[in-house]
Design a protein around this ligand. Structure first.
Ligand code: FAQ
Length: 337
């Protein structure tokens, strides 16, 4: 259902996927792909591609799509409690945007020959990952501003280079997504600036939210480069352009002056400008917390998945109605023809 798959049967590709020997033709194709990547050209859905390249794209794009969809939950929780009509309208638009990003990304993944139902099943059964960040709770209104500032800020830092990723459908989806994420980041920062001009209690709420979200935001960039299993291949294939640690550093360098303008303290006593490196040094990340959350044991993992499964089940009638309508339309078209 809903697949836009273009999975053209390829005995050669299937043989290699099973770990069989590479044919001379396949080695030639692979050299062609490497040359295309080196020239900065896109690989498109109908082009031949190495099976491992296709698999890594399906993994990354679908996990990215799941993150956008699960990412609607922490903020969605605050739509009914937004303090003004303006903030409610902004938050509604933002959460809808995240839903849209999930849809573009599922569609991009489908061009690689996978069905959306299978991707969604993998999320619901806990087989597929989604970003660790969405397993933290949103406890006060300032969390909404901090998600915009830090979480969307980290997302943009990671996603701008994906606009130049070697797979055309993913790169093109990222262009629009990044434009929208940029609005998300600004609305979050604006919300925080407003709260910081308010009462001492409002300023305390902002500081409390920053204290809770800072380290999880740094974890969004993925494990340390030395522990990043996929980076080597992904950088070789032009999927990832910048390593996890380099992006994390760029994010810290951008966030420190923004924190100063806001008037909050980042919860890291080791933050220090390093003149020689031309970057901000920062303290060690608690990787045991990161892996704990990634492996399903964070504060909200169970709740998030349960909410997604419930939403999927509640929406079954909509999918069935759409399919029934499409079937009726097809019959009508056949009769008319
Ligand atoms: N959380 O070898 P690497 C957003 C996994 S969207 C959970 O370094 P890779 C918008 C990784 O999958 C946020 N798992 O992996 C928004 C792999 O496991 P696997 C999502 C993580 O792929 C804002 C293993 O660790 N963004 O925020 C995480 O080369 C506000 C080894 O890692 C994207 O998905 C993590 N943080 O690099 C929405 C961007 N990090 O698959 C609502 C696209 C790593 O072998 C509100 N993705 N893992 O089982 C990427 O750029 C990359 O996939 C990375 C990870 C950088 C996330």
């Amino acid at each position: 259902m809903y697949t836009q798959a273009m999975d053209i049967p390829s005995p050669e590709r299937d043989e290699t996927a099973r770990g069989g020997p590479r044919s001379v033709r396949e080695a030639e194709y692979e050299a062609e792909i490497d040359a295309k990547v080196a020239r900065g050209e896109f690989i498109e859905a109908k082009d031949w591609m190495p099976e491992a390249y296709r698999k890594t794209l399906v993994r990354q794009i679908s996990q990215h799509a799941h993150s956008e969809i699960v990412g609607m939950l922490p903020e969605g929780n605050w739509i009914t409690r937004a303090p003004t009509l303006k903030r409610k309208a902004i938050l509604l638009a933002k959460v809808q945007d995240e839903g849209g990003h999930g849809m573009y990304l599922y569609a991009a993944a489908e061009t690689l020959g996978v069905a959306r139902d299978d991707l969604v099943d993998a999320l619901h059964s806990g087989k597929a990952k989604y970003s660790s960040i969405f397993n933290y709770p949103t406890l006060n209104w300032a969390d909404i501003g901090v998600i915009g500032w830090l979480v969307d800020g980290a997302a943009i830092m990671n996603q701008i280079p994906l606009c130049r990723c070697s797979y055309g459908p993913y790169a093109r989806a990222m262009i629009r997504i990044c434009k929208e994420e940029s609005f998300h980041q600004r609305q979050g920062y604006d919300l925080l600036l407003t709260m910081m001009k308010g009462t001492p209690e409002q300023r305390d709420l902002v500081q409390d939210a920053v204290n809770r979200w800072w380290w999880p935001a740094l974890m969004m960039f993925g494990p340390h480069d030395s522990a990043s299993t996929h980076s080597g291949d992904s950088i070789k294939w032009g999927i990832k352009r910048i390593s996890n640690d380099d992006l994390r550093q760029k994010f810290v360098d951008a966030a420190v002056p923004q924190a100063r303008v806001l008037g909050i303290t980042l919860p890291d006593p080791a933050l220090k400008w390093n003149e020689a490196r031309g970057h901000w040094d920062f303290g060690p990340i608690d990787w045991s917390e990161f892996w704990n959350v990634v492996n399903g044991h964070g504060q909200c993992n169970r709740e998030r998945l349960a909410d997604r499964v419930q939403a999927w089940e509640d929406g079954a009638w909509v999918r069935e109605a759409a399919m029934a309508h499409a079937e009726k339309q097809r019959k009508r078209d056949r009769l008319a023809a």
